[in-house]
Design a protein around this ligand. Structure first.
Ligand code: ADP
Ligand code: MG
Length: 366
C-alpha cells in the first residue's frame, strides 16, 4: 500500500501540443493517501483513464512526476509498480478456469501454493463465485467474467493500490449495487488504497469517502460528498453533483453586490471586497435547488417569481420559476401545491448563495 503523489503532472497525447486544449491532463497536483477509498468522478473524455494509466505506468506523462511514498516511479514498468488495475471490460484468460485466472497473479509473484489456495477461496467468496471456480472462463456470463476480472485485481495482497476504471459498466444494475457494496467491504477489510473511476455521482458517493471531481483535465475539487454538495469549489461541481444541479446565474457587478437585469443580489461585505479586487467579468451566482425558499407572501429580501413548470418526483417536487429572463429550479416538499402561472416569492439564504469568478468559488476562509 502506498501514498500516490502526482506532482506537477501534465499529459498531452500530441507530440507538439500548442495550447491547453491539447492536454488530456492539465497542471495537476494531487495526493491519494495511503489506505483511502477514493472516487474519481467526471464526464467522459475529461482524462480519468489517462490519469489511472499514468499511475499504473501504462502511459508515460509528458510532464511531472509520479511518486509512490515519496519515491519517483516514472521510470518503473507497470509490473514493477505493483499496481492492480481493473478495466471497464473483462481481462481474463478464456481457456483457463476461474480458479486458474484468480491464481495467476499470485503464481506470477511466487506466492506459496497453500496461500494461493486460501486467498483465491477468500476472494471467490467475497465475489460470490466460489461455485464457479472450476468452470472454464469462456463459459461464464458477461457479469461473471467481470467479477473474475475484478477478482484478479483484488487477489494480490502486496499491491500499492487498486485502480478501478469504470469496472461495473457491463454489469446489470441490481448486481452493480451489490458489487459496489462488496468493494467497499473489501476496502474496509483489507485497508487498500483504492481509486474508483466513474461518471456516476451516486456510484462515487456510495463507494468513496472522498471524491475527486475531474473536469477538462483538472481536478476541480477533492472532498467528501457533503463538501461537494454544500461548497462546490467550481461551477462544474455545482452543475454535475446534485439532481438537478446547482442554479447558476450570469451576473454583473453592482454597488452592493451583483445584479442581472434589474434584480439586485446583495452580497456579504467580504464577497463585495473580493469582487472589487478581481478584473474578470465572468461572474456567476450559484445556489442549489434545495436551498432556495419559496413563499406565498413577500419577505424583506425576496423576489417575485412566476411558476413556469412543476415536476412531481414522488417524495419531492421540482418547481421551475422565472425570475426575469432566468429560470431557476427549486426543490419543494411533495405536498407543495401551486398552479403554473401563479406568482410566488423567492429568497436565497446568503449562507447558500455562492459567488463564482472565472468559474471558481470565492470562498471565505473559515
Ligand atoms: P475519460 O477516461 O475521462 O473518458 P480519457 O482519459 O480516456 O478520458 O481521455 C482524455 C482525453 O484524451 C480525451 O480527449 C481523449 O480523446 C484523449 N485520448 C485518450 N486516449 C488517447 C490516445 N491513446 N491517443 C490520443 N488521445 C487520447
Ligand atoms: Mg475512461
Amino acid at each position: 500500500m502506498a501514498e500516490i503523489h502526482l506532482k506537477s503532472l501534465a499529459h498531452s497525447y500530441s507530440k507538439s501540443p500548442s495550447g491547453p486544449e491539447d492536454y488530456a491532463i492539465r497542471q495537476l497536483d494531487h495526493v491519494w493517501h495511503k489506505g483511502g477509498a477514493y472516487a474519481l468522478l467526471g464526464p467522459s473524455g475529461c482524462g480519468k483513464s489517462t490519469m489511472l494509466n499514468i499511475i499504473s505506468g501504462l502511459v508515460q506523462p509528458s510532464e511531472g512526476e509520479v511518486l509512490f511514498d515519496g519515491k519517483r516511479v516514472n521510470a518503473l514498468s507497470p509490473r514493477d509498480r505493483n499496481i492492480a488495475q481493473v478495466f471497464q471490460f473483462p481481462v481474463i484468460y478464456d481457456s483457463m478456469t476461474v480458479y486458474q485466472n484468480l491464481a495467476f497473479p499470485l503464481k506470477n509473484n511466487k506466492v506459496p501454493s497453500a496461500r494461493i489456495k486460501e486467498r483465491v477461496q477468500e476472494i471467490a467468496e467475497v465475489l460470490e463465485i466460489e461455485d464457479k471456480l472450476h468452470k472454464k472462463a469462456k463459459n461464464l456470463t458477461a457479469d461473471e467474467k467481470q467479477k473474475v476480472s475484478m477478482g484478479r485485481g483484488l487477489v494480490r495482497e502486496d499491491v500499492s493500490a487498486i485502480l478501478f476504471d469504470e469496472p461495473l459498466t457491463v454489469i446489470d444494475p441490481q448486481l452493480k449495487w451489490k458489487l459496489r457494496r462488496k468493494l467497499k467491504q473489501i476496502h474496509e477489510q483489507f485497508d487498500i488504497t483504492m481509486v474508483y473511476v466513474t461518471h456516476d455521482q451516486l456510484e462515487a458517493s456510495t463507494f468513496a469517502d472522498k471524491i475527486a471531481v475531474m473536469y477538462d483535465g483538472q481536478i476541480v475539487q477533492f472532498g467528501t460528498p457533503t463538501e461537494l454538495f454544500e461548497q462546490p469549489n467550481h461551477t462544474f461541481v455545482g452543475y454535475f453533483i446534485g439532481s438537478p444541479g446547482m442554479n447558476l446565474i450570469d451576473v454583473e457587478r453592482s454597488a452592493t453586490g451583483v445584479r442581472f437585469g434589474s434584480t439586485e443580489i446583495t452580497l456579504s461585505p467580504w464577497q463585495v471586497e473580493q469582487l472589487a479586487r478581481l478584473n474578470s467579468t465572468n461572474i456567476k451566482i450559484g445556489i442549489r435547488p434545495e436551498f432556495i425558499r419559496l413563499e406565498m407572501k413577500p419577505l424583506d429580501d425576496s423576489y417575485e417569481v412566476e411558476v413556469m413548470d412543476m415536476e412531481d418526483l414522488g417524495t419531492y417536487k421540482i418547481v421551475d420559476v422565472g425570475l426575469e429572463a432566468q429560470t431557476l429550479k427549486v426543490r419543494v416538499d411533495e405536498d407543495f401545491q401551486v398552479a403554473i402561472g401563479s406568482r410566488l416569492h423567492l429568497s436565497m439564504p446568503s449562507q447558500w448563495t455562492m459567488l463564482y469568478v472565472d468559474e471558481f468559488l470565492i470562498q471565505e476562509q473559515s
